[in-house]
Ligand binder design. Structure first.
Ligand code: NAD
Length: 352
């Protein structure tokens, strides 16, 4: 007999090719007239085109979004919000830009349109991580959930092959942990399995040919599903380890997720047999940990933390930080096992 709680999150999702052209209507649907377009410096040109497309509904552009949502960047954005008298934000970019839109919403209640161009999934979550004086704190509140999400497959065609692979496996990590979450439920588990399958079949195709439109569509669909999983249920060991490695060792977000995931799955496998069956089925392989490692290789992603800057001397401290505060995980989190896990991730050992 199953017992669960399912809490549906209120957001409107527009998915397809060329859907960016519907932005003005979507802003109108929100009852808004003066949008501030947000981007990173890297995507400034793309954001400027969006602003032009908006005509009189576009109030201005703020293209200073940065990784981990630093509060000083948000405070500068808040001055622009006030000066221009905007009534909504449009975030075009990855998790960093969408994070800025969320930080503004938290302070003002302004509605948000998110237009994701990576597979990270932040657009589907009521989660905001902000960094102040180098310390990142995360909160969960419906105030930061974007009201409208426009997925336009065309916008992902420019995501370089390498980033597509790691960003896609970052998305898979959300679905993997949703399948063994303490608060898992059958609806989210369906989305998780479908999300993993969609990304696992499309990412190797994208690695070969980044402009394959069917694979891009499949990958973005998978990213939507996986982001919904992250937004709906609690994460555990894998996300905790990646948070530690990103926050305390400054390792890059998507690559870290890609490298750690097979090892976190190998660690949790004995305690989550049903989840493992579903992950293996979605990947089309026997052993989910080895399957995830092989997927990372197939997309040309790094497979060892030492390739992205962790040193053998860091493993001890990372273990200490990651095991300091207790949190729920299907398998008990004990220091010796985590040390071994991180060592395997450091050197890039394929889980047996
Ligand atoms: P990102 O947003 O930092 O983007 C990385 C770089 O790629 C940026 O320069 C960006 O402009 C560029 N880029 C993005 N899309 C592109 C495209 N289509 N073509 C060319 N360049 C493109 O990377 P990310 O992995 O999407 O996001 C990582 C951040 O998001 C982290 O800070 C992470 O903590 C956060 N995040 C938050 C949540 C949440 O629920 N709160 C979920 C996932 C990630």
């Amino acid at each position: 007999m199953q017992s669960f709680v399912y809490h549906g999150l209120p957001s409107r999702v527009v998915f397809g090719q060329g859907t960016l052209s519907r932005l003005a209507e979507e802003i109108e649907q929100l009852g808004c007239r003066r949008a501030l377009v947000l981007a990173t410096p890297h995507q400034q040109e793309q954001a400027r085109e969006v602003l032009e497309q908006l005509g009189e509904r576009g109030a201005g552009l703020y293209a200073e979004a940065a990784m981990h949502t630093p509060v000083e960047v948000t405070e500068r954005a808040m001055r622009v919000v006030e000066e221009l008298g905007v009534d909504c934000t449009v975030a075009i970019g990855g998790g960093s830009t969408i994070g800025l839109g969320k930080a503004i919403a938290l302070r003002t209640g302004l509605p948000q349109v998110a237009i994701p161009t990576t597979y990270a999934g932040s657009e589907m979550t009521p989660i905001l991580g902000e960094t102040r004086d180098g310390i990142k704190t995360t909160q969960r509140t419906l105030e930061v959930l974007p009201e409208t999400v426009i997925y336009d497959v065309d916008l992902t065609l420019s995501l370089p092959a390498g980033m597509s692979g790691t960003s896609g496996i970052n998305a898979i990590a959300h679905a993997v942990e949703a399948l063994y979450a303490r608060d898992r439920n059958p609806v989210i588990s369906l989305m998780a399995e479908e999300g993993i399958a969609a990304l696992a079949r499309s990412l190797p195709v994208i690695a070969e040919n980044p402009s394959d439109q069917d694979a891009r569509s499949d990958a973005l669909y998978g990213a939507w599903l996986c982001g919904s999983c992250l937004g709906a249920v609690g994460m555990s060991l894998h996300h905790k380890l990646c948070h530690t490695l990103g926050g305390s060792f400054d390792l890059p977000h998507a690559e870290t997720h890609t490298i750690v995931l097979p090892h976190a799955v190998a660690y949790n496998a004995p305690a989550a047999p049903e989840a493992m069956v579903r992950i293996a089925r979605a990947l089309g392989c026997e052993d989910p940990a080895a399957g995830l490692f092989d997927l990372a290789r197939a997309v040309g992603a790094p497979t060892a933390l030492e390739e992205i800057g962790l040193t053998p001397g860091d493993v001890e401290r990372a273990t200490e930080i990651a095991t300091r505060n207790p949190y729920w995980n299907p398998r008990e989190v004990e220091a010796e096992g985590i040390h071994r896990l991180l060592h395997h991730a450091l050197v890039g050992r394929r889980p047996a």
